[in-house]
Design a protein around this ligand. Structure first.
Ligand SMILES: NC(=O)c1ccc[n+]([C@@H]2O[C@H](COP(=O)([O-])OP(=O)(O)OC[C@H]3O[C@@H](n4cnc5c(N)ncnc54)[C@H](O)[C@@H]3O)[C@@H](O)[C@H]2O)c1
Length: 319
């Protein structure tokens, strides 16, 4: 199979490139290398024989240069929930996340390839999720009811989508909706994976890449940390999905992609793979032997909805 990975020098894209090469696929990674550190991952994908195309997803001609492929894995994005909210970055973020997604859809329609879209749990509105009841235990907040589509197992795909979700989440949801219409109108084989927090080797440990590597890196390098929001005690909870598990999932989806036309899956660690910040601190302490003085900011900041992990369990469309 000939596989094109947009954002192929990012954390997820490069990991998928290695997994696809190991499965015997021909792999082309398109990336603008705008993310600092992606040049390190470029060496990694080239070492396994993936082809690199320097291109910008905002330019449809850059995609066209790749030529026909069997499937496109769309992993290029500004992936932070805060993306576009500072300075004048909103336009760049929308052009990359949504405009880039549209270029991928057009590419799939024109060339007849399948498409797997890396979406996000950030499509679920934080203002809706904050209306739930949460019980406080010694180490974490536990969901205690009051919301449709949410259970003690987490957030399911039945969760209502009406509400505020961040600019980033909005670009992902808009991309999902367009993808489903392209799949319906033009028969594009397509799957949407709504990923929660992903973590694993070769993640660069920046705060905008998710808290897992960031929390560990701050311990490792003995740098300050702060519990922000939800009372400031670090009891907010998220699930974590290991990158190898995501690669295994997408490997299985590649084999059956022809059967799908834009179905949505939640893909994450579920409750068994969830951790609160203070639980994460305990893990990092035991691994590094370092005890950081963690400060506290009790008030919630906008767009933080890390009260519950994302559910990845029961119900159609949930894994
Ligand atoms: N990492 C996570 O926890 C997580 C969670 C949910 C969803 N996702 C989604 O997974 C995908 C990959 O995320 P990631 O963590 O690998 O991010 P990343 O920042 O590590 O990788 C993104 C890659 O896209 C490239 N890129 C950015 N703008 C581009 C442009 N205009 N043209 C071409 N390339 C461009 C960057 O250089 C980078 O290599 C994203 O769509 C993200 O929304 C990630």
């Amino acid at each position: 199979m000939r596989v094109l990975i947009t954002g192929g020098c990012g954390f997820v894209g490069s990991s998928l490139a290695l997994a696809c090469r190991a499965a015997g696929h021909e792999v082309i990674c398109l990336d603008s290398l705008m993310r600092r550190g992606s040049e390190l991952l470029l060496e990694r994908i080239q070492a396994v024989g993936a082809t690199f195309v320097h291109g910008d997803i905002r330019q449809s001609d850059d995609l066209a240069r790749v030529g026909p492929v069997d499937v496109l894995l769309e992993c290029s994005a500004e992936p932070s929930v805060l993306a576009g909210t500072r300075g004048d970055g909103a336009r760049y973020m929308v052009d990359t996340n949504l405009g880039g997604c549209v270029h991928c859809l057009e590419f799939a329609r024109r060339t007849g390839c399948g498409l797997i879209f890396l979406s996000s749990s950030r499509v679920y509105p934080y203002d809706y999720l904050l209306r739930g009841a949460y019980a406080e235990t010694a180490e974490r907040l536990e969901y205690a009811g009051g919301l449709q589509g949410v259970s003690p197992a987490g957030v399911s795909t039945a969760c209502p989508l009406d509400g505020r979700r961040s600019l980033y989440g909005a670009t992902k949801l808009a991309g999902e909706l367009l993808l489903q219409e392209y799949a319906d109108a033009f028969g594009v084989p397509a799957i949407i994976n709504r990923c929660g927090v992903i973590a694993g080797p070769w993640q660069l440990g920046r705060s905008d890449q998710g808290f897992a590597a960031f929390w560990m890196a701050r311990h490792y390098f003995n740098l300050p940390l702060r519990y922000i929001g939800f009372g400031g005690s670090g009891k907010q909870v998220r699930d974590i999905l290991h990158i190898d598990d995501l690669c295994a999932l997408i490997g299985k989806q590649l084999a059956v992609l022809d059967r799908f036309r834009g179905e949505v899956f939640n893909a994450g660690g579920g409750r068994p793979g969830s951790v609160s910040l203070c639980e994460a601190t305990a893990i990092c302490r035991s691994l590094t032997g370092r005890v950081l003085a963690i400060t506290s900011e009790p008030a919630n900041r906008p767009r933080r909805h890390s009260v519950v992990y994302h559910r990845f369990g029961a119900g159609r469309g949930d894994l």
